[in-house]
Design a protein around this ligand. Structure first.
Ligand code: NAD
Length: 251
């Protein structure tokens, strides 16, 4: 029975939004390839939660910013679980600084992880999707790509790049029955945002029409929908999950 479950690969799934996506996809009938960078214990906890949600999972270490490592990630996932039907490119980092003080390393690290990482993993996953004429790609951007944010020019550039990448890819692979979409979270309570100073958190919450941060699960519901058969006619789109923060912005 388990062998019939399709496979989803989620990058950066050892915590936060990636973990929530893995668990929600398991609830929706997928087995999971749980990618992590360094936190193996976190990845194993995701595996446990996926199991509780009815899915089978394997953990796969990989730095998505390294091209050949990403190729191995997809190959190992396919060897261990079967073809990747759903790819969620979630891995991401911040290295915030005002541009005049931003080091080349801060720039490169964010672009290589957040943008090149998406190219790296997607390139290898999409090949077998094309052969099978089936697949769903969901890339995690950010409302910062749409609105900008002081101190995050590197992050905003990478996240805006993900949108251009995904919209182009959607047009390339539609003929194979593959969809590619973007989810753009707003301010979500995770380890990434926990360290923000209290006054910054308060100011952010003040800008959100729904008046509160989102949860990783609320992002995961959108990712799971875009990964589902019911979303088969939606491609090349950007879905903000942000409590209304970006509403009124025309893409
Ligand atoms: P997080 O820091 O909790 O999780 C990010 C995950 O990515 C971690 O598991 C980390 O180990 C992994 N990762 C980092 N570099 C990696 C690499 N080179 N290779 C593989 N994995 C790597 O953050 P989160 O809040 O869960 O964010 C998940 C995604 O959502 C990120 O892309 C982030 O930019 C995006 N996002 C988050 C928010 C927010 O408010 N939390 C808002 C908008 C977008």
């Amino acid at each position: 029975m388990m062998l019939d479950r399709p496979v989803a690969l989620v990058t950066g799934a050892s915590r936060g939004i990636g973990r929530a996506c893995a668990v929600e996809l398991a609830r929706n009938g997928f087995d999971l390839a749980v990618n992590y960078l360094a936190d193996q214990a976190g990845a194993l906890e995701t595996v446990r939660l996926v199991g509780e949600a009815g899915g089978r999972a394997v953990v796969l270490q990989c730095d998505v910013s390294i091209h050949d490592a990403a190729r191995q990630l997809v190959l190992r996932s396919e060897e261990q679980l079967g073809p990747v039907e759903v790819l969620v490119c979630n891995a991401g980092i911040t290295r915030d600084a005002l541009l005049m003080r931003m080091s080349e390393d801060d720039w490169d690290h964010v672009i290589y992880t957040n943008l090149k990482g998406v190219y790296n993993v997607t390139k290898w996953a999409v090949r077998s999707m094309a052969r099978r004429r089936s697949g769903r790609i969901v890339n995690i951007s950010s409302v910062v790509a749409l609105r900008g944010n002081p101190g995050q020019s590197n992050y905003a550039a990478a996240k805006a790049g993900i949108i251009g990448f995904t919209v182009s890819l959607a047009k390339e692979v539609a003929r194979y029955g593959i969809t590619a979409n973007v989810v753009a979270p707003g301010y979500i309570s995770t380890d990434m945002t926990d360290n923000l100073p209290p006054d910054v958190k308060e100011a952010l919450e003040g800008q959100i029409p729904l008046g509160r941060p989102g949860t990783p699960e609320e992002v995961a519901y959108a990712v799971a929908f875009l990964s589902s058969p019911q979303a088969g006619y939606i491609t090349g789109q950007v879905l903000p999950v942000d409590g209304g923060l970006s509403s009124g912005f025309i893409l």
